[in-house]
Ligand binder design. Structure first.
Ligand code: KIV
Ligand code: ZN
Length: 532
């Protein structure tokens, strides 16, 4: 497979986005991250444009050693020398020199007669400038890139002449920028096909550089690859002049996911894409929209019931790449008004919540009702919803009629309970002593209900203030690895403790009944009644 070189220009073209300027320290941090991401080339800045730009390029060239560090220069001697000087301490460096080639740019930027009085004379001047500055850049480094600015609106015959001049002067990479984002994908690819046919390009890499004014930057860059471009210039999150540049993460993942179509690869460490995107977003203050491809917060979230159902069965149904491969969290099932039963119950199961099959209908009904009122439903909402439903809908087996406790200094705590067994209508009175008053109460309840379970945890907290503060007791009991919770509130903490325990026993008793009925009816039938 051919390799496509990833030329990252976040720190140069990306920083040209209005309001995106970064400090030298931020640029250095991002350059180190781009090195981790394994981009091939970092365009670190435009040294002649300001002392800060010069210093940023200089420091990045000195401190970031893996990728090639590139500096931008117009085809003006002072620019090329500034770029060469800023890169001097770099290990592997590139000078990228550019000049406008479209008639629109020549008329506007080279309107003065000193560049020539006719368009032909101005075009000839551009050819001379290209030749002179590419040669000068080669005196600093063997790696020289030439860009024909506004190539996308340049006369193709003339563009080929410029490319030949740049190559003859020693350019090793020739970039064909769609500076204004004007081209359509087939047109942009056509430039590469024509240039490859009409120019001698031995040892020269053709490069794509696209802007997003029509939202086509990525599509155009990919079209360039299909037509023979082997370098793509792009930025993290697609930031850049006006509507931005082609987004690195989209390009890289398109080439990877559709390698069958492109037949090329990149060396990008794709698992670092999301963290890099976050870092650039923080440094520039440009938020990443939730629906942004690859790195957006919603890129791997599924809310619609049909989608959740599909993804839970097989991620391939609605995901064309693995979230982990781009550094996102897998299978983010967002629960909201479009979610279905599968999304809800699979989340509840993951949260370790037990539900009787016959409770599911009511839990789902309440969930839909809540989702109509609340945008997104979080785990705490679900926990509350399920507990409330269970409390209100479960068959009550035991009811605490009375509890009396006697305790004091030097006396063994004793408890007396009266418990009603609802299904049979009988009541049972029991007395027990224990290590403490609560232990005594629980032993008496066990005797009255014939229970043998493990008390996994007992917690008490005050849920109001003052001398008559309400105590909330939460009890967790377990039987054969299944856990049941009981919660009760009272100003009398002994009463709350007894009621919480009775509630947990009720949950356990209901669970046993449900298990029996599921065995009796059969899983398949229950599931088919509950539907998708
Ligand atoms: O868009 C453009 O033409 C540029 C050049 C400097 C390559 O950014
Ligand atoms: Zn650009």
């Amino acid at each position: 497979m051919d390799r496509v070189i990833i030329f990252d220009t976040t720190l140069r073209d990306g920083e040209q986005a209005p309001g995106a300027s970064m400090t030298i320290a931020e640029k250095l941090r991002i350059a180190r991250q781009l090195e981790q991401l394994r981009v091939d080339i970092i365009e670190a800045g435009f040294p002649v444009s300001s002392p800060a730009q010069f210093e940023a390029v200089q420091r990045i060239a000195k401190e970031v050693r893996e990728p090639v560090i590139c500096a931008l220069a117009r085809t003006i001697e002072a620019d090329v020398r500034a770029a060469g000087d800023a890169l001097r301490t770099g290990l592997r460096t590139r000078i990228h020199t550019f000049v406008a080639t479209s008639d629109i740019h020549l008329a506007a930027k080279f309107g003065d007669d000193r560049w020539g009085t006719t368009i032909e004379e101005k075009r000839a001047t551009i050819l001379e400038m290209t030749d002179r500055c590419v040669r000068l850049a080669r005196e600093y480094t063997d790696d020289v890139e030439f860009s024909a600015e506004d190539a996308g609106r340049t006369d193709l015959e003339y563009l080929c002449q410029v490319v030949r001049a740049a190559v003859a002067a020693g350019a090793t990479t020739v970039n064909i920028p769609d500076t204004t984002g004007y081209c359509l994908p087939n047109e942009y690819g056509g430039f590469f096909r024509t240039i490859r046919q009409r120019c001698e390009l031995e040892g020269v890499t053709l490069s794509a550089h696209c802007h997003d004014d029509l939202g086509l930057a990525v599509a155009n860059s990919l079209s360039g690859v299909l037509a023979g471009a082997r370098q793509i210039e792009c930025t993290i999150n697609g930031i850049g002049e006006r509507a931005g540049n082609a987004s690195l993460e989209e390009i890289v993942m398109a080439l990877k996911v559709r390698a069958n179509r492109f037949g090329v690869h990149t060396d990008i460490e794709t698992r670092r894409l999301t963290e890099t995107s976050r870092m650039v977003s923080i440094a520039t203050g440009f938020a990443v929209p939730p629906n942004k491809a690859i790195v957006g917060g919603n890129a791997f979230s599924h809310e619609a019931g049909i989608h959740q159902h599909g993804v839970l069965k097989s991620r391939e149904t609605y995901e064309i790449m693995r979230a982990e491969d781009v550094g996102q969290t897998a299978e983010a099932i967002r629960l909201g008004r479009h979610s279905g039963r599968h999304g809800l119950f699979s989340r509840l199961e993951k949260m370790g919540i037990d539900m009787a099959d016959r409770e599911r209908g009511e839990i789902y009904r309440r969930f839909v009702d809540l989702a109509d009122r609340k945008k997104e439903i979080h785990d705490e909402d679900l926990l509350h919803l399920v507990e409330q439903t269970q409390r209100e809908t479960r068959t009550v087996h035991y009811r605490l009629e009375q509890v009396h406790v006697s305790t004091g200094t030097g006396r063994e705590p004793r408890a007396e309970v009266l418990v009603q067994h609802i299904p049979s209508g009988t009541t049972c009175q029991e007395t027990a002593s224990g290590d403490g008053p609560i232990n005594a109460v629980y032993k008496a309840i066990d005797q009255a209900t014939g229970s043998h379970n493990d008390l996994v945890s007992y917690a008490i907290r005050s849920v109001s203030e003052g001398a008559d503060a309400m105590g909330e007791v939460t009890v967790l009991i377990g039987e054969a690895g299944v856990f049941f919770r009981g919660v009760a509130r009272s100003t009398d903490v002994l009463k709350a403790s007894a009621e919480a325990y009775i509630e947990a026993l009720n949950q356990l008793a209901s669970f046993r009944v449900d298990q029996k009925s599921v065995d009796f009816v059969g899983d398949g039938i229950i599931q088919s009644f509950q539907g998708g």
